[in-house]
Design a protein around this ligand. Structure first.
Ligand SMILES: [Zn+2]
Length: 217
């Protein structure tokens, strides 16, 4: 469905996502689809770098279009880069989500949210190393995904975690992210099941990470 910047903000607040808005995040000038998005799912990425906010928002080759909708910083802060369109999926797909719904080949950018997680991406471990990720990042990514699963579905329901994939599931050109897809869906499921108590969701996610620190379900 079409998700407006206002709706997105309401859902981020509802699920206690810790976020900052990047200048211009809701400006029509950054939206290549001119408000005609049809959001149906989420792609997880790692940045393969450090301090990627400037690149994603201002210096990527397609700027002022953004290279992701969100950046998860090392301390878990969610930077909201775009509340409308972004270029992040690129060539890939098709992705059949349900019997009735397929994201067509090479059409992910206008239909899938892109979440970039700041990590060199050379290790799947959730150990705080620059090569891997921090537990704070995983908690924030899970809460953000729950907010998006709600934002994309009309009425008092949320989509299931099958709406989330990794970039490497969209296209064989990519290796991000290093963690198993089932591992990500496990942590997002914990956040989804405990969505009325974000503090409890966080405790349970951290417990899961301790038991599965290599990103394997
Ligand atoms: Zn990617």
């Amino acid at each position: 469905m079409k998700v407006s910047p206002d709706r997105l903000l309401r859902k981020l607040a509802k699920y206690h996502v810790t976020f900052d808005l990047v200048k211009g995040w809701d400006s029509p000038s950054i939206d290549p689809y001119k408000g005609r998005n049809d959001m149906q799912g989420v792609i997880l990425h790692h940045t393969a770098g450090r301090d990627s906010l400037r690149y994603i928002c201002f210096t990527n080759p397609y700027a002022p279009v953004r290279a992701a909708h969100f950046l998860i910083q090392r301390d878990g802060t969610v930077q909201v880069c775009s509340g409308s369109g972004a270029y992040h999926a690129g060539k890939g797909g098709p992705w059949q989500i349900t019997k009735a719904l397929t994201i067509p080949k090479d059409s992910g950018n206008s239909r899938l949210y892109g979440i970039e997680i700041e990590s060199l991406g050379t290790s799947p471990r959730i150990d705080g190393s620059a090569q891997g990720m921090t537990a704070d990042q995983v908690v924030s990514t899970a809460l953000l995904c729950v907010a998006l699963l709600d934002a994309m579905r009309k009425g008092p329901w949320l989509f299931k975690v099958g709406r989330v994939i990794r970039h490497r599931d969209w296209t064989s050109r990519k290796i991000d992210t290093q963690q198993d897809l089932d591992w990500w869906r496990d942590v997002i499921s914990i956040a989804r099941a405990n969505r009325k108590s974000p503090a409890i969701a966080e405790i349970k996610i951290r417990t899961y990470i301790k038991a599965h620190p290599k990103g394997q379900a």
